[in-house]
Design a binder for this molecule. Structure first.
Ligand SMILES: [Fe+2]
Ligand SMILES: [Fe+2]
Length: 316
């Protein structure tokens, strides 16, 4: 579709109403691109709202204005007018379409390169605003889409990685590993990914190949060992019995251990068609009891601490 080549998708909530916007915005109506806002014009909150309904979230910017959009977001993220919560919303909203590209853009190399700065932006915001992590976590999506999931696992992994003492270079590597951990799902049939209900044996076998598919994709890209391990080993289990290699304990890369834990945590706290989401506390308790032994015990402890601290941050 033309939208993929000439335009890139944005979330309209990343645009601030009532002040001039330095890029053109298009909406997709009946498969056609309609010029919705001229660069330099501003948009009222009411207009924003009514178009949001009409365009069903499909807002686009011409590719050649990508840098202008990036600078606009960057300026707003570093401005002193926005609260930590507003910055967290802005960063999430401006990142999610890049993560969506990881699964939808036929050019995986480009999608990977474009989405890498997402991790740096999250780390910068965490450094700058100590309460940002709590806000980011509170914004986690409760609807399950692979791209929401990837972004949320990335955010949780950064929070947990920080809590277990990862330095800044490792944190960046971990964030990328978490963001790309399910990239192999690009090669799994979409009907299996979206199936509302448990998978049958054949479908399950196909789904379980996504770590290998992911490794194959990442091996052709310029990524580090930790990023590849986060993808290939995130379904391994601390006590053994995971897939695809049946590793155990310290054989599993520390970054993959963080991703394994935050991956399950996100799945448990997210609504899918066939389950009711657990509260954060229940999810951690479930992982400590029913899933006992599957995760690095020190990391499980650290996860409780992160979530406890987060609740304190949000209530203060
Ligand atoms: Fe996975
Ligand atoms: Fe996952």
């Amino acid at each position: 579709m033309e939208a993929t080549n000439e335009y890139f998708k944005i979330r309209i909530n990343s645009v601030h109403p009532s002040s001039p916007i330095p890029f053109d915005i298009f909406i997709s109506l009946n498969q056609k691109m309609v010029h919705y806002l001229r660069a330099g014009d501003s948009i009222t909150a009411e207009k924003l709202y009514s178009f949001k309904e009409k365009a069903q979230g499909q807002f686009y910017i011409p590719q050649d204005q990508r840098q202008i959009y990036k600078d606009y977001i960057h300026d707003r993220l570093t401005s002193s007018d926005l609260s930590a919560m507003e910055k967290a919303v802005l960063l999430r909203e401006s990142s999610i379409s890049l993560v969506e590209e990881l699964y939808e853009n036929p050019d995986v190399a480009k999608a990977l390169a474009d989405s890498r700065p997402v991790v740096k932006n999250f780390i910068d915001l965490m450094d700058e605003e100590p309460s940002a992590m709590s806000h980011l976590i509170s914004l986690s999506s409760h609807d399950f889409y692979t791209y929401n999931h990837s972004l949320d696992v990335c955010i949780y992994a950064l929070g947990l990685g920080q809590a277990v003492g990862f330095g800044s270079a490792d944190l960046k590597e971990l964030g990328e590993g978490a963001l790309f951990h399910d990239i192999g799902k690009r090669n799994v049939n979409v009907d299996i990914i979206c199936k509302a209900g448990p998978l049958d044996d054949v479908e399950w076998a196909q789904m379980q190949k996504h770590p290998q598919f992911g490794l194959q994709i990442l091996m052709e890209q310029d990524v580090t060992e930790g990023v590849m391990a986060s993808c290939y080993e995130h379904h391994e289990s601390w006590s053994g019995g995971g897939y695809p290699q049946d590793l155990e304990a310290e054989e599993i890369h520390p970054m993959a251990r963080v991703v394994a834990l935050t991956d399950t945590y996100d799945a448990l706290t997210t609504k899918r068609t066939y389950n009711t989401p657990m509260t954060p506390k229940d999810a951690v308790q479930f992982m400590e009891s029913k899933l006992f032994g599957k995760y690095d015990p020190d990391m499980i402890k650290a996860m409780s601490t992160v979530l406890f601290k987060m609740q304190k941050d949000l209530s203060s």
